[in-house]
Design a protein around this ligand. Sequence first.
Ligand code: KG4
Ligand code: ZN
Length: 335
Amino acid sequence: MINILGIESSCDDSSVAIVGDGVNILGNVVANQEAYHKKYGGIVPEIAARKHMEHMLPVLDHCFNESGLTIDDIDAIAVTHRPGLVGSLIVGLTVAKTLAYIHQKPLIGIHHIEAHAYAACLAGLKYGTPHVALVASGGHTSLLRMSEEGRMALIGQTLDDAAGEAFDKVSKLLGFGYPGGPVIDRMAAECNHTGIEFPRPMLSSPDFNFSFSGLKTAVMYHRKKHSESSSEQIATAFQEAVVDVLVSKSLQATQKLGLNTLSVVGGVAANSALRRKFKEICDKRGLSLFIPPSRLCTDNAAMVAGLGYQKYIRNLLDPLTLGVCSHSGMILQKM
Ligand code: KG4
Ligand code: ZN
């Protein structure tokens, strides 16, 4: 078996994983920083970088213990090097380079969005299957056309806030905790009638782009004008609008590209209403749907190590001079 050690630190989760042959998760440890960012209502980049410094080596030890392997069993080291918070990325990349240098292992730089898309392969999708991938997280909302050999093309993206960011901002606005996605998800599960219909932004536009900041403003005005609506009802109606847009646009893209396979990944893919709606519609239309379990939707190093395997067997290695980059470097393709 080829074992790849994966390291992920692009945002606020410090994670290390070991994956065998691209799909067997032998260890996957995530140290979450929620408690440190909660009082600020969002991620503070400097705190994130400092906490990665504290967490990364204990997480590495923990992962080796969980897998029962040692560094001698590792064939290569894969690490997220873009896009993300620069200070956070530097911590993971420095750990990866140090290990690669000392133990003479190949280094593989991983694109965070491509890693999220690979999470579908940890849930049964065959790598290289042409499909549409929706990556919806706190930092990104992207529709990708994935082709043979795993090549990805950006076919739609958010023009302002990412879907997860909108969940977090609306949650803050309504006085709920951070991160907003899981809080609103739980609340919506208990709320069966809202009586509120928020707009579905960009739903009728011919492209596959998204926009969520207007929806956030609509929530703000509704709260001011309608004291009869509870915060729970507003949050639920907001979630319904986001889910509706994400599902509809992804299906439109699948149809336009003539593909019959769809994957939904990234932190927002942990949302239970979103998962339910995708499943319902894909079942109805006969589309193959891949949504990883929640722990593989949010940031984790298993997706990094898994994708690292695919690069390793294709000899797509990087030098020890590899740097970090805050942006994705992806250019929107004309459809
Ligand atoms: O992928 P991720 O862990 O980190 C980034 O790369 O951004 O995504 C984190 C985002 C946060 O905005 C969080 O509120 C959202 O994913 N999220 C959810 C749920 N769980 C996490 N959004 C909606 N419903 C959830 N259950
Ligand atoms: Zn992410």
